[in-house]
Design a protein around this ligand. Structure first.
Ligand code: HEM
Length: 409
């Protein structure tokens, strides 16, 4: 029997009610909880099927409504670029950046959650926007840091007026770095790059600069949280499961790291199962809060425009209707022959739902496998007080008291 995590009251309540009430119900706040896989899939499709990028600022300033640009169009521009960014050459560069970030953290006391966050998030920045100067990168990193501090605080942060002002200042600084890069590339002053900003440069005539900045910023926000949160949970599982650490080490020691670049999930099946199970067990973020963009009709309930609803990969992944022993961490449930599985695809949604499903699912999974490779073959984590570490459910699942050092093997 696993030690249960500390659960935020809200998570506990949603989980109990979801099991009792079939997954779709009005919460005590009047919002709709949609924790049943098909209903979650349906509500996301209904709500975001015709999503467009509003040009709020320019419209406000010019007193007009600009032509809508479909979010699908933006995603369609990103997806082929995302495939290029997942090829062997690009993944080798990602691994090199992760290696450098880990090296810089050797042999000193570390908060291992922050280490996981910083290594994953900072290594991903050039995937989103490459070619920035050191000062511009530092602005993006400061903004990411702030977003992470908010995400990782167990209690809501009580920020003073000055702290809020500073946060806005930092956000504006990050936005201006993106603005300069977009403008520079569009005018030919800066080189085009293999990153997710580049397809947006081609869309500038229809998007305009403000919406283009919003699109790039949306990806910078998307990488500041889930990848690092998943990595922290994976290191937590790795540190408390010597049997699995040994299985992963045996597998990964036999694979030259270059082989992981092109096809990590295929060449390292044991590690891939470990990563998949981490994403099932601790899927970040625990809840996605959405606002109905139009009146929405499900079989079980309806929503008026502007009303809120919640979806949660985490609750779906822990529902005994869809999973055997859902609170047990067992990577072998992913074997086709496992007594626990296999499970139906609709109940495994760590990357969300169409049409807004995560564009970085493949690269995010590869990054976690690379991190396992580093931890099992090159470095070792020594947890300071292993008995004090416990899992806390907050905005994301969070190993608390997870401190220690990173040393070379
Ligand atoms: C293990 C790592 C990751 C996890 C667990 C994760 C999880 C998620 C989740 C749950 C969503 C919300 C999907 C929905 O609305 O239904 C999302 C959206 C998104 N993610 Fe990820 N993500 C990861 C890595 C990445 C990476 C590496 C990138 C890009 C380099 C990325 C870019 C995005 C973007 C742009 C969206 C918004 C998609 C849209 O609204 O159309 N993610 N991610």
């Amino acid at each position: 029997m696993e030690t249960p995590p500390d659960e935020l009251e809200f998570v506990r309540l949603m989980r109990t009610r979801s099991h009792a009430e079939g997954g779709v119900f009005r919460t005590h706040t009047g919002d709709l909880g949609v924790f049943e896989p098909e209903a979650a899939q349906k509500i996301n499709a209904l709500n975001y099927g015709d999503l467009t990028l509003p040009d709020k600022l320019a419209d406000l300033l010019r007193g007009r409504t600009s032509d809508p640009v479909s979010w699908r169009e933006v995603r369609a521009a990103w997806l082929p670029q995302m495939r290029r960014l997942s090829d062997a050459e690009s993944v080798a560069k990602l691994a090199a950046r992760m290696g450098d970030l880990l090296e810089a953290r050797l042999d000193r006391p570390l908060d291992l959650v922050w280490m996981a966050q910083e290594v994953c998030t900072q290594a991903l920045i050039p995937v989103v926007v490459a070619g920035l100067s050191a000062a511009e990168t530092a602005r993006i990193v400061r903004d990411q840091h702030l977003k992470l501090a908010r995400l990782l605080s167990i209690e809501p942060l009580r920020e003073t007026f000055w702290e809020e002002l500073r946060a806005i200042w930092i956000q504006v600084g990050a936005g201006s770095a993106v603005r300069r890069e977009l403008r520079g590339r569009a005018k030919g002053r800066r080189p085009r790059q293999a990153d997710l900003t580049d397809p947006i440069v081609d869309l500038l005539p229809s998007l305009g600069l403000d919406r283009a900045i919003d699109a790039v910023t949306a990806v910078l926000t998307a990488i500041a949280g889930p990848p690092g949160a998943a990595a922290a949970c994976m290191l937590y599982e790795l540190s408390r499961r010597p049997d699995w650490a040994e299985r992963l080490t045996t597998e990964l020691e036999s694979i030259p790291v270059e082989e992981l670049y092109g096809a990590a999930t295929r060449v390292a099946p044991v590690t891939h199962r470990f990563v998949k199970e981490t994403l099932r067990m601790w899927s970040p973020p625990l809840f996605l809060t959405r606002s109905a963009r139009t009146d929405l009709q499900l079989e079980q309930a309806s929503l008026k425009t502007g009303e809120r609803y919640f979806v949660s990969p985490y609750l779906i992944h822990h529902d005994p209707k869809h999973w055997k022993d859902p609170d047990t961490f067992d990577p072998d449930r992913w074997l086709a022959t496992a007594p626990h599985g296999p499970c139906s695809g609709a109940a495994y949604v760590p990357f969300g739902w169409a049409p807004t499903t995560c564009i970085g699912a493949g690269l995010g999974t590869t990054q976690l496998i690379l991190l396992c490779h580093f931890m099992c073959t090159r470095y070792r984590i020594q947890v300071l007080e292993p008995e004090a570490v416990r899992m806390m459910l907050a905005a994301v699942a969070l190993p608390v008291n997870f401190r220690g050092t990173l040393t070379r093997r």
